[in-house]
Ligand binder design. Structure first.
Ligand SMILES: [Zn+2]
Ligand SMILES: [Zn+2]
Length: 410
């Protein structure tokens, strides 16, 4: 089939199935092929460029992100993780992940119906892992996956590449509340997406996006070793294909998230610094990508207890985020969350710092609860920080009451 003509939905599914049926033999062949020659070499440059328009959508993870331009991964990098080339394994991983997600959502979804097919959860359980509340947003994972698959396929069939970019978001963003899925639901959809597109050629843009989504999903489920493997494989591929500076920065950011999650903070911090300065140079301070990179750089600085640098960076970037994104934006709230932590966790914090931290958390909690609902991880995290900062403030107030006298310096 001519790779420049996007496959029809049925065609793509049939091809995917026939590849699946080849099982391990096919996987082994793909594997050796990918090591012996670049799959891009055989294609026209125009074709490759167009295939990669979609890759600009590569999603950085929100909470964390950033990589050093050292030869992290090159054309001679280690082969990708085993599960990337095994469609059958992807099916099995999806089954496991979806069972975990349905189980985790069981309490929340009891007696509800799917908003896409209107059936209940008696056969296939329901999930909800976005910001929908009340009776909204319950769905079967298979319905969410089918919806995303059809939307992307329709756009590709009509050569609407920009729309396909946008529609691919349906794999990780709820169609009702327009917020990203999180946790185990995001993880299950990562596998659903990957198993849908794993049979496409390696350089196919949809497959590249699917790999990105899988990495983010694994990360959301705290499977950080696997997330790192997927992201290293993806970075290796992007470098081999000569992808854009922006996509390399996004990938470096996602790799840094994995390093951070695995406690490899030295690698994480230098990557995050480079990604932040990279975006600043490429798109300026008002770009969302720059703001996200600043947030993630600050987050790792804070984790390394480099409080002063954290505060300086956030004092510079929070007003920009407020202007560009608004007070209720997820990223704005996250920046303030990090700033609050840098205030109260610092041993040198003054009473004013502690009061400011408590006020900051109270505000974020209120806004977060309104925008995302009480079950959202951001709200739960801020509640914990609020409790701790209040306790620290109480302790500091008590100390001040008990030891108000000046001490003579001798
Ligand atoms: Zn359904
Ligand atoms: Zn929703």
């Amino acid at each position: 089939m001519d790779q420049r003509q996007p496959a029809g939905e049925g065609e793509r599914i049939r091809r995917s199935r026939s590849r699946s049926a080849q099982g391990l033999g096919s996987a082994a062949r793909s594997f050796s092929r990918s090591r012996s020659r670049s799959p891009v070499a055989a294609r026209e440059p125009r074709d490759v460029a167009r295939r990669y328009q979609l890759a600009s959508l590569l999603a950085p993870t929100t909470a964390e992100l950033v990589a050093e331009p050292r030869p992290l991964l090159t054309a001679t990098a280690e082969p990708p993780p085993w599960f990337l080339y095994l469609p059958d394994q992807a099916d099995q991983k999806y089954e496991e992940a979806s069972a975990v997600a349905v189980n985790a959502c069981a309490e929340d979804t009891k007696g509800q119906t799917c908003w896409i097919c209107f059936d209940d959860g008696s056969e296939e359980g329901l999930v909800r892992g976005c910001a929908c509340r009340g009776g909204a947003g319950f769905a079967h994972l298979s319905c969410l996956a089918k919806q995303a698959k059809i939307l992307v396929a329709e756009a590709l069939e009509n050569n609407l590449f920009d729309q396909a970019n946008e529609r691919f978001n349906r794999w990780d963003t709820c169609g009702l509340c327009e917020q990203k899925y999180h946790g185990v639901v995001q993880h299950a959809l990562g596998w659903a997406c990957w198993k849908t597109y794993v049979g496409l050629p390696e350089a196919d843009r949809v497959r590249v996006l699917a790999m990105n989504l899988l990495g983010n999903g694994l990360s959301a489920a705290k499977q950080h070793e696997d997330a790192l493997s997927v992201r290293e494989a993806e970075m290796s591929m992007l470098r081999r294909l000569g992808d854009s500076e922006g996509n390399i920065l996004i990938m470096q950011g996602n790799l840094a998230s994995s390093y951070r999650a695995l406690g490899r903070l030295d690698e994480a911090i230098s990557m995050r610094r480079d990604v932040y300065s990279g975006w600043l140079k490429l798109e300026g301070e008002e770009s969302r990508k720059t703001l996200l990179a600043a947030n993630n750089y600050a987050s790792t600085l804070r984790q390394l207890e480099r409080f002063k640098e954290t505060k300086v960076l956030l004092r510079k970037m929070m007003p920009v985020a407020r202007r560009v994104l608004g007070e209720s934006h997820d990223l704005m709230l996250r920046m303030r969350w990090i700033y609050g932590k840098a205030l109260y966790k610092d041993d040198a914090a003054t009473l004013d710092d502690l009061r400011e931290a408590v006020t900051t958390f109270e505000e974020i909690e209120r806004i977060g609860r309104r925008v995302f609902g009480g079950a959202h991880p951001l709200v739960a995290g801020v509640e914990g920080a609020l409790r701790q900062s209040r306790a620290t403030l109480r302790g500091a107030n008590a100390n001040e009451r008990h030891f108000p006298l000046g001490t003579q310096v001798s």
